[in-house]
Design a protein around this ligand. Structure first.
Ligand code: COA
Length: 376
């Protein structure tokens, strides 16, 4: 087979956890925690030494974010007002890790859809916003579980991990270093969300996605040409997680709140919307794509308001659900997996020649664009 060095997306895969938490269930649990906390500290609150906690509300969550529910890997302990964190039994080293487990499920679906055998794949990138451990790399465990030869490594660019992974995979193919690369994004975001923080307890959900990036010559008849990729990072403290092996944390302790996800949501909103809209417009111009040619935008799924504004700035009009589909309502923010879920669930109906955009943005700040054209 004569390889072309032209990267395409051959297929995607999606693993969705069975369990889901509605806003109503989430708020009931959060407010039970608030009542318990305020009762326990009643004297200190009355003396002005401790600030009383405020309840959360379903209406606020839906209005501020567009999120109605989120899938999770461990619903019971998250909703238990005395735990409020995912919990599962610690796995011995000879048992598959939880991130690898869900990553493999998404990867197997991508392989099956492309009719690809594991031995034909050259590399696995595990691209996600948090890794379960520093090493051995999650990607190497996923590679081993799938029976893939070659190599794998982990990469973390927070919510942009998957698009950065797609460009990295595409570059391997352009350079001839690989012909078939799996980009796997197992996002167990419930583990780094502070479920006791009223400002953000509703944001995240768990999922795993996989994207198979290949040389055009070996791709299935129906695939997505990668027209161009562009990455950008600009340092910001407005979305931050300080957890690390140099500062082992106890998530239950309030003083360790910065060892979980923290953000200045309003600043993120104000700064990221113009940055990403401009980046998309510049990249479209570089690729000689005019806005009306963009049939669909699969945007990062963090907040419905942000997506509305970004799509409007790019398209020049309010985007319809067909032009900019959302999965926020049922999945919540799934970090780097969000735009890939949207692409996976809302791309079959596009026609041969249609142009679309996969776009991510998030902590770092980081942003990535992948313009694609449907073939077949
Ligand atoms: N329930 C009820 N009220 C709440 C609440 C909750 N869970 N959380 C906050 N509020 C209140 C606040 O106390 C505030 O009340 P006040 O006006 O009386 O002070 C009010 O709601 C508005 O809070 P604010 O934080 O300013 O809301 P917002 O409209 O800016 O929305 C975000 C908050 C976080 C949803 C929004 O800023 C956002 O989505 N930003 C971008 C986030 C993002 O994409 N991050 C990337 C993550 S990877």
């Amino acid at each position: 087979m004569q390889y072309t060095g032209t990267p395409v997306i051959s297929s995607t895969g999606l693993f969705t956890p069975d369990e889901s938490i509605s806003n109503e269930e989430l708020v009931e649990s959060f407010n039970a925690y608030v009542e318990l906390h305020n009762a326990e500290h009643a004297d200190a609150i009355a003396a002005g030494q401790v600030t009383a906690l405020e309840p959360s509300s379903v209406e606020f969550i839906e209005k501020a974010s567009g999120i109605k529910a989120r899938h999770v890997m461990a619903k019971g302990p998250i909703l238990d007002p005395n735990v409020m964190s995912p919990r599962w039994a610690e796995r011995p080293n000879d048992e598959r890790s939880i991130m690898a487990e869900i990553g493999v499920k998404a990867a197997l679906q991508a392989l099956e859809r492309a009719g690809r055998k594991p031995e034909e794949v050259d590399a696995v990138l595990c691209a996600a916003s948090n890794m379960e451990r520093p090493y051995p790399a999650m990607a190497v465990e996923i590679q081993d579980a799938l029976g893939i030869e070659g190599f794998g490594f982990d990469m973390n660019v927070a919510c942009s991990s998957a698009t950065f992974g797609i460009q990295t995979a595409a570059d391997y193919i352009r350079a001839g270093n690989a012909r078939s690369v799996l980009v796997v994004s197992p996002e167990i975001t419930s583990g780094h969300l502070n479920w006791r923080d009223r400002d953000s307890h509703f944001i995240f959900g768990d999922v795993a996605t996989a994207v198979l990036v290949e040389d055009k010559v070996m791709a299935p008849e129906q695939h997505w040409e990668i027209l161009g990729t562009r990455l950008k990072t600009v340092f910001s403290n407005n979305i931050r997680n300080n957890f690390g092996f140099l500062n082992r944390a106890h998530p239950e302790s309030a003083s360790n709140a910065d060892k979980l996800f923290v953000q200045e949501g309003r600043k993120v909103f104000k700064e990221v919307v113009p940055m990403v809209a401009q980046m998309i417009c510049d990249e479209a111009e570089r690729l000689s794509i005019v806005p009306r040619e963009i049939r669909r935008m699969w945007l990062h799924q963090a907040n419905a308001g942000m997506n509305r504004l970004i799509a409007q700035r790019v398209l020049g009009h309010e985007a319809s659900a067909d032009e900019s589909p959302t999965v926020l309502d049922t999945y919540g923010n799934t970090s780097s997996a969000g735009s890939i879920i949207a692409f996976d669930l809302h791309s079959d109906d596009l026609s041969d020649g249609d142009i679309g955009l996969i776009c991510s943005f998030g902590a770092g700040y980081s942003a990535g664009t992948v313009f694609v054209r449907k073939v077949g």
